[in-house]
Design a protein around this ligand. Structure first.
Ligand SMILES: C[S@@+](CC[C@H](N)C(=O)[O-])C[C@H]1O[C@@H](n2cnc3c(N)ncnc32)[C@H](O)[C@@H]1O
Length: 218
């Protein structure tokens, strides 16, 4: 690992909240866990645009932001989150400072749901994303909406990733009075029936599933 990357991860992991949320990170050896996959995929595919739906403290937006910055050029991460868990994403200046603290100025946050984003000018003007990472509200219905909102906007090589795809289980993310069952897995099972798709599970941490078209159009 280059010294720069090591220092970057060490600073990232000083924030305990960026070592959580089921991405299989390990602090002792500065191991980004699934973060390597997110970073590596963006280094390999070099998208001009990536979209992230939902994040607790920005782990995935920052993995992709770092990769796009390291790729050179002007790659942008578009990060959609209405800040439903707490106030963390509510103030634009604080959000920018959070990303700047980690050396990143290529993450654009939208304080809105996916439903609101698709009705916005930003959605209309979006450059085709090469990566869409879905980690917002984890019901089958919502991840279907998230997926279908970007499916036809992806580049030919585009990949969609679904986090928390391994298990159907309760989430207490929104407080003890708003427990709901995470059913991302059920939507993945539907996608697996479609022969036009490649669907690949990685059941590490809370699991991530990669989806892409079986073959790009000629
Ligand atoms: C904290 S992350 C994921 C955490 C964890 N993996 C889990 O089990 O839920 C979920 C984020 O999705 C956001 N979110 C909730 N509903 C959303 C929606 N309709 N569109 C976009 N983001 C949403 C929330 O504000 C929250 O920050």
């Amino acid at each position: 690992m280059s010294g720069d990357m090591k220092e970057w991860i060490a600073e990232l992991f000083r924030d305990h909240d960026l070592t959580r949320m089921g991405h299989a990170q390990r602090v002792e050896d500065l191991n980004l866990g699934l973060g390597w996959l997110y970073y590596g995929l963006a280094r390999v595919t070099r998208p001009a645009c990536a979209v992230v739906i939902g994040s607790y403290r920005g782990f995935v937006p920052m993995m992709l932001g770092k990769a796009l910055a390291d790729n050179g050029g002007n790659g942008q991460v578009h990060f959609i989150d209405p800040s439903y868990v707490d106030d963390f994403w509510k103030d634009a200046a604080t959000v920018n400072a959070h990303f700047q603290h980690h050396g990143l100025s290529n993450i654009q946050h939208y304080l809105m749901t996916t439903q609101e984003f698709v009705a916005s000018a930003a959605y209309r003007d979006l450059v085709s994303p090469g990566i869409v990472f879905i980690d917002g509200y984890h019901t089958e219905e919502q991840v279907r909406f998230d997926y279908e909102s970007f499916r036809d906007r992806l580049t030919d090589e585009g990949v969609t990733l679904f986090h928390d795809s391994s298990y159907v289980k309760p989430s207490r993310m929104y407080g003890p009075d708003r427990i709901y069952t995470r059913t991302v897995r059920n939507f993945i099972d539907v996608l697996k029936q479609d022969p036009a798709l490649q669907v690949f599970d990685l059941p590490f941490g809370d699991g991530v599933t990669l989806v892409r078209r079986a073959s790009a159009p000629a």
